[in-house]
Design a protein around this ligand. Structure first.
Ligand code: SAH
Ligand code: SF4
Ligand code: F3S
Length: 475
């Protein structure tokens, strides 16, 4: 890391991230934009000159959390004699705009997901106390073009946004309004970013997009052909030296084409994990959600992906209590879960979002019914998750070592199926892919013993960097 603290005008920034991986990626890119103007990232808000809340609008609770956090930040700002600048970024910024500054006057600037490259300019305006302090335009590719070309890697795994926005307009969802319409980055830009990360020791790339399998980016200049699909992009990135593992998230059933399914069978670097949200197992509900697929279509994809790669781990998102959902509809969801058998899945109570069609539908489901259904679904999903983890006990698997454990001599890493694995080993292994015997499993992680004959450690429920954190901070 470059030492910004030695700069005479060295300042500090604290970024708090809510919501999905796109926001995690965006927060990293905001740090890249701020570094050249002297901002060094810090771990807590109270020592920061600039606080950025990178927000999520997906459910009501997520949005309310932002306002309560802003109340806390206002107290810190008061204590700093007004030295602290507070910025609200992300999907709440896009959806609520100037309303945020009205509700919390301590907020200095508000910027939507497509405006991060303008952050330095906006900070300068705040300090001069002139000009507009709200940027919520939709110029997606301009953002990617204007962000610094190089980024600083943070360990052996990295997110890489390849697509943004959504045109699907599921009736419950705010994303098409907060992130704009679907746009894909050109293959050459993505390749450059991937090579740069690989040169810094990144071994595993997770390609991100709200509908990542709808990717259709401008083909490389040398190939001269038409737009590339996600399968083509994946095969291309797999040839970059150092990039041994590729993942992508989140996909939509409507865009799951044959070539992408085939890529899971023929591209070794593509990891055996597919997060394909279905939301419901009832065709009536899927229709009312405007998902554009049936449960039969979804089951067919899941079957074909398992045919292509038998050890595939399957993941999904579910919403319970969508307007009009009957006991029978909910049972259809439970049946689908029993049939597909998930490695991990995220489930939510339906949340009425202002401006979305579903929020005005008849048949809103009472809160206690939603709670009951969520408990039943989550109990089943937990059972499946534990069984999936337990199925790895006794196997020797390849683990990408990502960091040191809490206790001395302990390290952790990721399995091909995105499970966290803890075992004894030396920190010098970080960044390497090593063979580990799996000797224990819990709901959230695996315990291993390195094949080199090191001591074993117990599986724990508390894992820092694993997939269970997805949406976890806001659910
Ligand atoms: N683009 C992805 C995920 C979008 S948001 C997709 O199409 O699947 C992540 C998850 O939040 C969704 O999959 C859905 O399960 C949940 N979600 C979105 N809107 C919601 C709402 N209004 N209430 C409850 N959950 C919601
Ligand atoms: Fe939201 Fe549907 Fe788009 Fe996913 S596909 S982001 S759930 S509108
Ligand atoms: Fe992501 Fe939340 Fe926005 S899930 S796209 S940060 S509304």
């Amino acid at each position: 890391m470059t030492d910004q603290s030695s700069k005479p005008d060295g300042k500090t920034v604290f970024i708090k991230t809510y919501g999905c991986q796109m926001n995690v990626y965006d927060s990293e890119r905001m740090k890249d934009v701020l570094a050249p103007i002297g901002y060094r990232p810090v771990e807590t808000a109270d020592e920061a000159d600039l606080v950025v809340l990178n927000t999520c609008h997906i459910r009501e609770k997520a949005t309310e959390k932002v306002y309560s956090e802003l109340g806390q930040m206002r107290k810190l700002k008061d204590r700093s004699d007004g030295r602290m600048t507070i910025a609200v970024a992300g999907c709440v910024a896009q959806a609520e705009g100037a309303e945020i500054m009205r509700r919390q006057p301590a907020v200095d600037l508000v910027l939507g997901p497509q405006a991060y490259h303008k952050l330095p300019e906006m900070i300068a305006r705040v300090h001069r106390s002139t000009g507009e302090r709200l940027e919520t335009d939709f110029e997606t590719l301009e953002k990617f073009d204007a962000l610094p070309k190089s980024r600083e890697a943070d360990g052996p795994t990295a997110f890489l946004s390849v697509q943004e926005g959504c045109d699907k307009f599921c009736t419950f969802c705010v994303v098409p309004y907060t992130r704009g319409s679907e746009l894909s980055r050109p293959v050459d830009d993505i390749t450059l970013e991937a090579r740069n990360l690989a040169a810094q020791g990144v071994r595993e790339l997770s390609l991100l997009g709200q509908n990542v399998n709808a990717y259709h980016g401008v083909a490389p200049a040398v190939s001269g052909g038409s737009d590339w699909t996600l399968a083509q992009l994946v095969r291309h990135l797999a040839t970059i030296g150092g990039i041994d593992r590729l993942r992508y998230t989140t996909s939509h059933p409507r865009d799951m084409d044959d070539d992408l399914i085939a890529a899971h069978g023929d591209t070794e670097e593509l990891m055996p994990f597919l997060h394909l949200p279905v939301q419901s197992g009832s065709n009536n509900i899927l229709r009312a959600m405007n998902r554009g697929h049936t449960h039969e279509h979804y089951r067919d994809i899941m079957r074909r992906i398992k045919d292509a790669r038998p050890d595939m781990a399957l993941a999904s998102d579910f919403i319970v209590g969508f307007p009009g959902e009957s006991d029978k509809d909910f049972e259809a969801t439970m049946d689908l879960v029993r049939d597909v058998n998930y490695a991990i899945a995220y489930s939510f109570k339906y949340s009425q979002r202002p401006g979305t069609p579903a929020s005005e539908m008849f048949g809103q489901v009472p809160e206690d019914v939603k709670t009951e259904r969520l408990h039943a679904l989550q109990a089943l999903l937990r059972e499946q998750q534990s069984a999936f983890n337990a199925s790895k006990v006794g196997q020797t698997i390849l683990v990408l070592v990502t960091g040191e454990g809490r206790q001395a001599g302990q390290i952790h890493g990721r399995s091909p199926w995105l499970q966290a694995v803890h075992f004894d080993g030396d920190a010098s292994l970080i960044g390497q892919i090593v063979k580990v015997d799996i000797i224990g499993a819990s709901l959230n992680s695996l315990a291993g013993s390195s094949v080199a004959g090191k001591k074993s450690v117990a599986a724990t429920g508390a894992v820092g960097d694993m997939v269970a954190g997805r949406y976890g901070s806001i659910a």
